[in-house]
Each structure stands twice: as C-alpha cells, then as structure tokens.
Ligand binder design. Structure first.
Ligand code: ATP
Length: 269
C-alpha cells in the first residue's frame, strides 16, 4: 500500500482554538429498547479525533444497536449523538457527511466490478463522475487492489472484500470511521492487514475510529477502550487507565473482572 496523502476536505468542520476539544463522536446518555427488551442503557462515551477506540463486548452487548443509532438506521429514543459537534437528529446531513461506516454484514454488489461498486457509492454521495473515478483509483491503489479494479467483487477473498468496503467508506472523505466487527470470518493474515490499515488511517490521516469487536487481541496498549456489557458501559478510557482501575494486568483479565464472565469472548480466533 502506498502512503496516503493527508486529507484536506473543505467540508471538514471549522477549526476551533482547540480542535481536540470537539469529539469526533459523542454518545451522551443513549438508551434503546426493542419493545420490552432493553438493548442500551444510558450509554455515554466519546471518540477523539485521530484516535482508535475499541468498543469491546460479547455478542448481544449492544454494539450493532449503537451503530444503527449512530448511522440513523434507527431513530434515537433517548439521549444524544454528535459527530464533530453536529447533532445527528438535528443536523443529520452535516453529521453523516463526516461519517464512514463498515457494517458487520457485507454490502458489496458481488456482480459489479470493484470500480463500479465504488462509483455507485460515490454517486450516492453526490460526487461527480470524474472526481469519483480519481478517488476510486487512488483508494484501490492504497488497499493494494489497483490491478483488480475491473474484476467482479465475487472473485475477491474475504479480506480483499473487507479492504474494498473500507475504501468505499472513505470515498467521501469522512473524519470518523465506524467498523462493526470487521475481521469476523477472516484468516490471521487478513485480520492483521485490516487492523494495520485502519490504524494507519488514524496516525497518518487523523481519522477517529470506533472499532467494535469481541476479540481482545485486536486491542493495543495505546488504544482507547469502551467495555460494553448487556447494554451498559462498564469502563472506558485509555487502555492503561481501564486496566489500572480494574486492577488487571491485561484486557482479557480486566474484561473478566468487570463483567464477572466465566468464559472469554476470544483472544485469537
Ligand atoms: N431487531 C431486534 N429486535 C429485538 N431485539 C433485538 C433486535 N436487535 C438486537 N436485539 C437485542 O438487543 C440486544 C443487543 O443486540 P446487538 O445486536 O446490538 O448486540 P451486539 O453487541 O452487536 O451483538 P452481535 O455482535 O451478536 O450483533 C440483544 O439482546 C439482542 O438480542
């Protein structure tokens, strides 16, 4: 992959005297219920710009529900979600323009080429065809798939499809990227490639990342961590602080102590 150029998007939020003061994502007192089933209870946390925040939780913790609220698939029942200070309920256009998403389920059209998938998505964002073609070519180069541009997506491996989905999520140059368990079903090498690619987006382009996972080994000491369990945030902050507060030597043990779990969500599978 080539070194990406920094993004200079005129639609990025106006700089403030302290840009770090504006969270890439702010979740403030968000609750959600499916009928009588309460999926999220008073969830609050922030994702800083240029940070990698891991949202760690077992199946059913509420991660996908939270993503559905942030992306406005579901209406917000209570609480507030902001993206770079834009309330997603009150100014959704401004907020969503700054957001890129990779959903848990693949959403590529398998019978279209890689380029066609990207151009289709760019058109949905109102990006002109010439500009879209240039961005698509650049992004395919970055994910090492330039030589496959005209191939059908059906012929890609699972890891290559994921990389293409990440490229697609970046086409409109978002400043915040959400990924919902993006390495599920991938082999060890493909997982490592995806994680290192996304970490590069943080360090080289300043993108704020929220990475939902149930796998401890995807989390590193320099990350921010949110532990979500049965719809509640049990701990949050830099990994070192969470470990200190839990009195645990590693994320695995901290998770066990915080949740009282007897079995672990997985560390390497
Ligand atoms: N459409 C729905 N109708 C009713 N209950 C739902 C619905 N979607 C999710 N739930 C419930 O809400 C809770 C949170 O589920 P959610 O899918 O958000 O968790 P998750 O952490 O993303 O887990 P997974 O990784 O398995 O998707 C679970 O108890 C789940 O059964």
């Amino acid at each position: 992959m080539t070194t990406p150029a920094p993004i200079t998007d005129p639609r990025a939020p106006a700089p403030t005297s302290d840009p770090a003061a504006v969270a890439a994502l702010s979740i403030d007192g968000v609750s959600h219920a499916y009928g009588a089933r309460r999926a999220l209870m008073d969830v609050s946390f922030n994702v800083a710009p240029a940070s990698f925040t891991a949202l760690l939780g077992l199946n059913g913790a509420g991660k996908s529900t939270l993503f559905s609220l942030i992306t406005r698939l579901f209406g917000i029942q209570s609480g507030r979600v902001g993206i770079f200070g834009h309330d997603i309920s009150r100014t959704p256009g401004e907020a969503l323009r700054l957001l890129g998403v990779v959903f848990q389920q693949r959403t590529l059209d398998l019978d279209l080429s890689l380029t066609q998938n990207l151009l289709y998505h760019a058109a949905l964002h109102g990006i002109g065809r010439r500009e879209a073609a240039a961005r698509a070519a650049e992004l395919l180069g970055r994910i090492g798939l330039a030589d496959r541009a005209g191939n059908k997506v059906r012929d890609l491996s699972g890891g290559q499809m994921r990389r293409l989905e990440i490229a697609r999520a970046l086409l409109h140059r978002p400043r915040l990227l959400l990924l919902d368990e993006p390495t599920v079903g991938l082999d060890v090498k493909a997982r490592a490639d995806i994680i290192s690619h996304v970490r590069q987006l943080v360090t080289e382009q300043g993108i704020g990342v929220l990475w939902a996972t149930h796998l401890f080994d995807e989390i590193t000491a320099s990350d921010d961590l949110v532990v979500l369990h049965q719809g509640k945030v049990l701990a949050q902050g830099p990994v070192a602080r969470v470990l200190g507060e839990a009195g645990a030597p590693d994320v695995n043990s901290a998770f066990m102590r915080l949740t009282g779990a007897q079995t672990m969500p997985g560390g390497g599978a």
